[in-house]
Design a protein around this ligand. Structure first.
Ligand code: 5GP
Ligand code: ZN
Length: 112
């Protein structure tokens, strides 16, 4: 989607501090970290949010979770939280599917 911030980051048109990249997804550090380690994992194809996940694109999401597991292992993270906000009320500010990976501090439950 031409007007989407994360599509531009995925395409390299806007720079990011990359954690990992392959043909399907990109992991990069959040510009406004909410924990000592905070990165985002996005599909390269435009999917608006978890609400747009279907049988046709679910393999991308499964792949993203394997990337999260591998990268967290590589970074030595033993405890972390994976979050995806869907819609404005839940705090989604960028309408391109992304999973936050947060680690390195105590976290509360339930989230605010
Ligand atoms: P959301 O609020 O949609 O759940 O998460 C969007 C995240 O994207 C926020 O944590 C925000 O800090 C991050 N973000 C917004 N713009 C940029 C950017 O240009 N670069 C990077 N690396 N992160 C961004
Ligand atoms: Zn997009």
């Amino acid at each position: 989607m031409s007007d989407c911030l994360f599509c531009k980051i995925a395409a390299g048109a806007i720079p990011s501090n990359k954690v990992f990249e392959d043909e399907t997804c990109l992991a990069f550090y959040d510009i406004d970290p909410q924990a000592p380690t905070h990165f985002l994992v996005i599909p390269k194809e435009h999917i608006g949010s978890v609400a747009e996940v279907t049988e046709d694109n679910a393999a991308v999401v499964a792949h993203i979770f394997t990337v999260i597991a591998q990268q967290c292992k590589k970074l030595g993270l033993q405890s972390y939280r994976v979050v995806s906000n869907i819609g404005e009320q839940a705090g989604q500010s960028v309408p391109h599917l992304h999973f936050h990976v947060l680690s390195g501090r105590d976290m509360t439950w339930p989230p605010g």
